[in-house]
Design a binder for this molecule. Structure first.
Ligand code: IPE
Ligand code: IPE
Ligand code: MG
Length: 239
């Protein structure tokens, strides 16, 4: 318990394949994936992980068949609304990262309402990455910083790591110490490219709907066995 990451990020992957294995439609996999979200969130709260970021929809996911995209948006609206009470009962604060302006109005409004209604909660912060693209996030930051430079508000020397971080959606949130991806895929898929620069990565072959609290604890346990050297040598970082 003395080396719990402050921030864990998860690429929730494998809903479609999980459903296919069971002879079901992909949307059934997404719906069942909501249970795994509850498992991960409960586990994170129990061990006092402060920030839990979940990759729920990428900008690339718009390219899926319309039926699936519509189903996902519908599921999102229903889930945010049905879980609001439980979020409040568990002192969870909801935030989102990504381009909210491009989401369907119903989805954006439900999300804004839940963010507003949970804003005073002091427990775990649940960050939903929705319509999220890390490259877009970085590109937007570059444009904002360039504009500030052009306006004479900052000098080139003032463009530091912290300044860049403060122009990302995740401004003010510490970088994840641990990133988990389910379903056996070993890639980042345009997720938190800047923020994951020194994160420990954990890949599991389990499909997301099968993810349980124990899997979250397992990932944390493995994280705790890792030696994080940040470029130094082992002798320098040993306690
Ligand atoms: C992750 O599961 C959920 C989203 C990307 C929305 P997938 O839908 O990607 O499931 P697979 O990877 O096709 O099995
Ligand atoms: C990444 O999963 C996005 C989310 C989990 C929301 P994908 O299933 O879309 O990723 P790729 O395209 O297989 O890399
Ligand atoms: Mg996938």
């Amino acid at each position: 318990m003395n080396r719990i990451p402050q921030h864990v990020a998860i690429i929730m992957d494998g809903n479609g394949r999980w459903a296919k294995e069971k002879g079901q439609a992909r949307l059934f996999g997404h719906a069942t994936g909501v249970e795994a979200v509850r498992e991960a969130l409960t586990a994170a709260s129990e061990v006092k992980v402060k920030y839990l970021t979940l990759y729920a929809f990428s900008t690339e996911n718009w390219n899926r068949p319309k039926e699936e995209v519509d189903g996902l948006m519908d599921l999102l609206v229903k889930t945010i609304s049905s879980e609001l009470e439980s979020l409040n009962n568990n002192d969870v604060r909801l935030l989102s990262i990504g381009n909210m302006a491009e989401l369907p109005a119903a989805c954006r409004e439900e999300l804004q309402l839940a963010i507003e209604k949970t804003k005073n909660n002091a427990g775990t912060v649940l960050i939903l990455a929705l319509n999220y693209s890390s490259k877009s996030e970085i590109k937007t930051a570059i444009k904002q910083i360039a504009q500030r430079y052009k306006n004479g508000e900052i000098t080139l020397d003032q463009i530091t790591d912290d300044l860049v971080s403060n122009h990302l959606y995740t401004a003010g949130i510490p970088d994840p110490e641990l990133m988990i991806r389910t379903s056996g895929e070993i890639r980042i898929s345009n997720f938190l490219l800047w923020q994951l620069a020194y994160s420990e990565l954990h890949f599991t072959s389990k499909f997301w709907p099968d993810f349980k609290k124990e899997d979250f604890y397992q990932a944390i346990y493995e994280y705790q066995q890792r030696e994080r050297r940040f470029g130094k040598v082992s002798e320098q970082v040993q306690p």
